[in-house]
Design a protein around this ligand. Structure first.
Ligand code: APR
Length: 341
């Protein structure tokens, strides 16, 4: 087995929407688990897996035939001449700690056989596989989890940054919330809705003046936003279509309804997002910056509140985007400890 933590993804170049969706989610799952992926092909599965990983902020290496220019700006492309598919497969298999086969024909089958021969474990999402491969039909999240476990990577980094609650994925990632391509992102605002520092400043800077104009119109019509409440504007120039502005409590020792108000900020943010049909949403760590709410307490409240809410009102994904490694670890630990019935 190779020592590096790269995860290989293989599959057909020509495939339907269902397979492309599976590949996208495999790529996304690998990136969210924090590993780079390598894949090759003529489009199809490779494109979708690379896009999934790219959208989740991961590192991807796509190996394409020399003449292909498809989405080259989204991932590193190692152009190698068409017609030497075997060389491509050797590069992928030998570079991978574990291989995930999404779907494919004889080429994919031979890659799986080659990997198994070299002692690289294989997880396959389709049923026509060599007997030593682990087969998991139609469940990309489970396939990624199994692949990490088979490769011994789950011990290095527990899959605590992904939990499924009903049909909703709750994930924690490290990153900048202004770069998230979820339907909505949440702003840790103040009651005036007129901007500020931290996340608030970053969102208004990246989103442009339209967001502030919409905030001004909201304040004019309905007044300031009370602590624990939330309003929604469009996303201006951001990748997200919507920005939910919520006001978390200022920490004053913990006996001034801070936990309840923080929970309410999360609930009202989700409610206002749902009213616009949002399916994917990114939260920052509300109140734990300028408002000084202790981050471990805030993480537990945030995750418990969201998990409870989505049981009755599902989203596709609720993403927590943490700015520092410490905050990511705190939120990931709280996610891992979450009790779900
Ligand atoms: N992406 C993700 N997280 C970020 C980003 C970013 N671009 N910028 C800062 N953060 C993190 C901070 O490191 C902190 O962990 O977001 C968390 C929340 O910090 P604040 O933005 O200070 O939010 P909060 O504690 O809720 O205070 C709100 O700050 O700027 C003002 O107008 C805002 O008055 C309000 C107050």
């Amino acid at each position: 087995m190779t020592a590096n933590p790269m995860i290989g993804v293989i599959g057909a170049g020509t495939c339907d929407d269902r397979v492309r969706d599976l590949a996208y989610r495999v790529g996304e799952g690998i990136a969210k688990a924090g590993y780079p992926l390598i894949c090759g092909g003529l489009g199809g599965v490779m494109e979708a897996a690379c896009h999934g990983a790219f959208d989740a902020g991961g590192t991807t290496i796509g190996i394409l035939p020399g003449e292909s220019t498809a989405s080259a700006n989204r991932y590193v492309v190692l152009p190698i001449a068409t017609g030497i598919g075997i060389a491509r497969n050797v590069i992928i298999v030998r570079s991978s700690r574990v291989l995930i086969a999404v779907s494919g024909g004889p080429g994919t089958l031979s890659e799986m056989a080659f990997a198994l021969q070299l002692g690289v474990p294989v997880v396959s999402l389709e049923s026509h596989t060599p007997s030593q491969a682990i087969t998991i039909a139609d469940d990309p999240d489970d396939a990624v989890c199994k692949a990490l476990r088979l490769a011994g990577l789950d011990k290095e980094r527990q899959m605590s940054n992904l939990r499924q609650v009903g049909t909703t994925r709750i994930v924690t990632v490290r990153g900048d919330i202004t770069k998230q391509a979820t339907d909505a992102i949440v702003n840790a605002a103040n009651s005036t809705l007129m901007g500020g520092g931290g996340v608030d400043g970053a969102i208004h800077r990246a989103g442009g003046p339209k967001i502030l104009e919409e905030c001004e119109a909201i304040v004019e019509e309905s007044g300031q936003c009370p602590t624990g409440d939330a309003v929604i504007t469009t996303g201006g120039n951001l990748p997200a279509k919507w920005v939910v502005h919520t006001v978390g409590p200022i920490w004053r020792g913990g006996n001034h309804d801070e936990p309840e108000l923080l929970a309410s900020a999360y609930q009202n943010s989700l409610a206002v997002a749902r009213s616009r049909g949002v399916q994917t949403i990114s939260f920052p760590s509300i109140s734990t910056g300028a408002y000084r709410f202790p981050v471990d307490k805030a993480a537990t409240i945030a995750l418990t509140t969201v998990a409870e809410y989505v049981k009755a009102n599902p989203f596709d994904e609720v993403r927590f985007v943490l700015f520092s490694e410490d905050d990511l670890n705190t939120y990931s630990a709280a996610l891992a400890n979450l009790t779900l019935d």
